[in-house]
Write a protein that binds this ligand. Sequence first.
Ligand code: G3P
Length: 214
Amino acid sequence: MDFFIDTGDIEEIKAASEWGIIDGVTTNPSIIAKTGRTQEEVIKDICEIIDGPISAEVIATDKDGMIKEGKELAKIHDNVVIKLPLTEDGIAACKWFSENGIKTNVTLCFSSNQALLAAKNGATYISPFIGRLDDIGVDGMGLIQEIRHMYDMYGFTTQILAASVRHADHVKQASLIGADVSTMPFKVIKQLFHHPMTDIGLAQFLADHEKSKK
Ligand code: G3P
């Protein structure tokens, strides 16, 4: 499973990249707005740090506008993946990018039918939003399971990118189901490392080592 970091915070990306476990980065307009910088500036900086897929989202809502914006974003770096909303125009634009060899990440996916549409038009990634489904009392992980089953049954190669991940257990569950990627906020990546037994065990080892020196 690939690990992406879901942030525009350059310091977080640098820190996570030091751990050697980050394969790519996802952003969205809300994440970019938090940085107080332009999308182009943020994406350029991220591309300097991470050598992997970097998702940048279009703002236009019509197909031609999405294609125009996406073409500009794709010029920033070969690793840029064009993030498109799961709308009629977004799915139509997805087909255009697929046919023109530009990678896409179809976002705001909340149903398996939507995931089928993205796969049919050759999306590189589909982003089902687990946490936002859980928030409204719908089983987000159940959606990942359905999409995995459908894609495998029909041989679709679109990668399932578990998004809106809220805690480490989401990552575990998505991995067990066979999601191809989890994109996580920095704090969730940190959660993956930690277990109280590790802390207790390490403290004990260090204390014993101190005793053995005497
Ligand atoms: O970037 C898409 C997704 O990961 C957003 O997550 O936490 O805003 O629901 P969240």
